[in-house]
Write a protein that binds this ligand. Sequence first.
Ligand code: C5P
Length: 220
Amino acid sequence: MGQTVVVAIDGPGASGKSTLARRLAARFGLALLDTGALYRATAARVLDAGADPADPAAAENAARRLEPAMLSDPRLNDEAIAAASGVVAAIPGVRAALLAFQRSFAANPPDRARGAMLVGRDIGSVVCPAADVKLFLTAAAETRARRRAEELRGRGAAAIYEHVLQDLNQRDTRDSNRRVAPLTAAPDAVIIDTTGLDADQVFGQAAALVAHALEEKEWL
Ligand code: C5P
């Protein structure tokens, strides 16, 4: 048995990170942490308390009190929570409060998994700079908005393409321009532009990289 492997997947909203990560984690037996859920759950707690997501003390307090059960709350997909998650994510105290949990998941993946896969915006650049595989998924904003609108409609939610596009652009701008841990590809990340690719093509490229890392650690 080898040492555990760490896979970082970053990219803007609706770039296909979560779908890819679920497939890769299942295929290779890796424990998966979608770190966006940490920021969404923090935002949900702030909103539930009737506080302002832009209030650093309220948001940091909520981040410190997160419990794992909150990460699977279906409400985290709500648009109001998605919008507020981008606001709390720009607060340095919130990011600092969530860092230790993410690093400990990467260092000690649960359920004796062969490794950990973390999905987010700053995994390869800040959370796990020594990750064995770093992927940065991206796609044209219009493509991402179309995919997100289809996904929302598939879940039975009303989705107007123009609104989805506007919301994605707003969150990308905030994520890319914030002072702490902005959305960015690590210099050693493999960038995959999924604009003209289908899910199977993206999976094929990413799976080859993950398989190689597992081979190096003698898992395959
Ligand atoms: O990926 P998801 O849309 O669930 O992320 C919600 C929000 O959390 C993002 O808009 C982003 O602002 C923030 N986030 C972050 N860093 C991460 C993951 C998510 O800032 N590693």
